[in-house]
Design a protein around this ligand. Structure first.
Ligand code: 6CM
Length: 256
């Protein structure tokens, strides 16, 4: 049945052995560990984080950071590389289910509205893929593409996370066509809770979500346009994605 097939493809509870023998393994392990830890650190009271969107249980914060496009140093009037951090709470779905729909390319076009094309460049293991994606062009900037690995893991009990981080591949060189290559580090970290002594059901589970994203646009893009796009697109993405997962899971057996 469809349910059985979905269950088989759920994020594995342990690291896939094929990943640990791949050349990218040390980098994937280090960056995933760092990102998951940072995702669960709060923003409350910390200086520099500005709340820019709030709706129900969703809170979105950003820090204004500009980077010199040549040296990579922080500066004023450089490229916008604002880090973003979002917190959300969703009832009725588990951390594992959330990460399944974020990681698995089969569902991506159904929730990702900024996407134009998506190609699987490499299947490293059941928990790790390399993607090439192009994004819809935003006037007046050039179109962007990205090449990144994506890794899903269980990080502790009832806690799953997906980390995406830019990489390189000789078959997909940067800046050789219509697109400018952007660089991305994203982490979606999810933790599920339910009342002590009870079995988890769709009616008693809550999943806390921490989503962190840092995008370097890779070349000139007008700061005002970019910030306006982020302000509009990130809340839209998180609401759409979480609603999508709730809809997908509604009549399926719970996967904890
Ligand atoms: O995290 C998200 N999606 C993942 C799966 O696709 C993945 C994507 C990372 C790329 C994020 C890049 C966003 C930039 C989109 C606008 C295009 C830039 C044009 C610059 C020129 C003005 O981690 C959800 C990402 C939601 C983004 C709003």
């Amino acid at each position: 049945s469809v349910h059985t097939r979905d269950q088989v493809e759920l994020p594995p509870p342990a690291i896939d052995n094929r990943l640990t023998v791949h050349p990218l393994w040390p980098e994937i392990d280090r960056i995933s560990t760092e990102q998951i830890q940072a995702a669960f650190e709060g923003v409350g009271g910390e200086i520099g984080w500005q709340l820019f969107a709030e709706e129900g249980d969703m809170r979105m914060y950003r820090r204004y950071v500009e980077t010199d496009s040549q040296s990579g140093e922080m500066e004023v009037d450089g490229m916008v590389t604002d880090p973003l951090k979002a917190m959300h709470k969703v009832r009725g779905v588990t951390a594992r289910e959330m990460c399944h729909y974020f990681f698995n390319p089969r569902y991506r076009y159904e929730w990702e509205t900024t996407l134009e094309t998506m190609t699987i460049v490499e299947e490293i293991a059941s928990d790790s893929l390399v993607f090439h994606q192009t994004f819809k062009r935003i006037w007046p900037a050039s179109q962007r593409d990205a090449l990144f690995w994506s890794h899903v893991r269980q990080s502790s009990e009832n806690t799953y996370a997906v980390t995406n981080h830019s990489t390189t591949n000789a078959d997909y060189p940067a800046n050789n066509g219509a697109c400018i290559r952007l660089f991305v580090t994203v982490c979606l970290a999810c933790h599920t809770t339910y009342p002590a002594g009870e079995q988890p059901t769709r009616d008693n589970i809550t999943t806390s979500i921490a989503y962190c994203s840092t995008v370097n646009p890779g070349g000139w893009a007008p700061a005002g346009v970019l910030r306006a796009v982020y302000k509009r697109e990130y809340p839209k993405f998180l609401k759409r994605f979480t609603n999508y997962v709730v809809e997908q899971c509604r009549d399926k057996p719970i996967a904890i």
